[in-house]
Design a protein around this ligand. Structure first.
Ligand code: NAP
Length: 259
């Protein structure tokens, strides 16, 4: 149905685990060359090995400008181009206001928001030179649409990514570079496992589809944004959340249980 992306190159940041790993695997299945990026080289190498000969690993911290430039240079050196960037790396440590320090805030913004800016900036020279590119940001429903105690810094970083995206999409349109964002709800990942069974059970109960999403649910949307068929879509978002943001109240969820 979609034009093949085989032979193109994607960089996926935060690809050693979770959503990023799911994206790297999905793009690898679609025949792209995949640069699997995370701070931990050994973990990234495991994911590259799962994908196969069309994937390789690179260690970079997206909050460090030099690491992001080296990541882009590595993709060009190994594969000859950068067609797609999935700026996915992110952290979500919880801290409520009053306990949250300036360092906590800087760490989350530095990784999630500044890391997005740095990753995007690093791939632009190559994409602009070829007058073509696809950038997919991993935002969230948390921040742009919803809130959750402990995540004011995280929510600000995820909403900030969308503000960044809208201006970036305008600035980069003349080079035929699109910038779009996936907005996952609660997705089953290693990071999510760390939230504990009570959190996961309460989330499942509040989702109309009564389950967490899978990394494949997010990866498929990222692949669509990267496709030729999405060439005229830029500055847009896709919520992938099993309907989580829809219920007006607890009653709305209870009512749906009536046969
Ligand atoms: P995860 O399982 O904790 O994986 C996070 C990935 O990011 C790992 O590969 C980690 O590897 C990497 N990473 C963290 N800090 C990094 C840095 N400074 N530089 C480079 N890589 C870094 O998280 P996830 O749940 O898959 O989340 C991935 C993205 O989805 C995040 O942006 C998150 O905000 C977003 N999201 C997740 C959910 C969800 O339900 N899971 C929902 C909405 C949005 P290293 O530690 O080796 O660097």
């Amino acid at each position: 149905m979609f034009t093949s992306l085989a032979g193109k190159t994607v960089i996926v940041t935060g690809a050693s685990k979770g959503i990023g790993r799911g994206m790297a695997r999905r793009f690898g299945e679609a025949g792209l060359n995949v640069l699997v990026v995370s701070r931990n080289l050994e973990e990234a190498e495991k994911v590259a090995a799962e994908i196969g000969a069309n994937a390789s690993a690179f260690a970079a911290d997206v909050s460090v400008p030099g690491d992001c430039s080296a990541m882009a240079a590595c993709a060009v050196e190994r594969y000859g181009s950068i067609d797609v960037l999935c700026a996915n790396a992110g952290i979500f440590p919880a801290a409520k206001l009053g306990a949250m320090t300036a360092a906590d805030f800087d760490h989350v913004i530095g990784t999630n928001l500044k890391g997005t800016f740095l990753s995007v900036s690093a791939v632009l020279p190559e994409m602009k030179a070829r007058k073509k590119g696809r950038i997919v940001l991993t935002s969230s429903i948390t921040g742009p649409i919803t809130g959750y105690p402990g995540w004011s810094h995280y929510g600000a970083s995820k909403a900030g990514q969308l503000g960044f995206m809208r201006t970036a999409a305008i600035e980069l349109a003349p080079w035929n570079i699109t910038v779009n964002a996936v907005m996952p709800g609660n997705i089953h990942t290693e990071g999510m496992d760390g939230m504990g069974p009570d959190y996961i059970a309460s989330m499942e109960a509040s989702i109309p589809m009564k389950r967490l999403g899978s990394v494949a649910d997010i990866a498929n949307t990222a692949l669509f944004f990267a496709s030729e068929e999405a060439a005229y879509i830029t500055g847009q978002t896709m919520v992938i959340d099993g309907g989580q943001v829809l219920p007006e109240s607890l009653m709305a969820l209870q009512e749906m249980d009536v046969a």
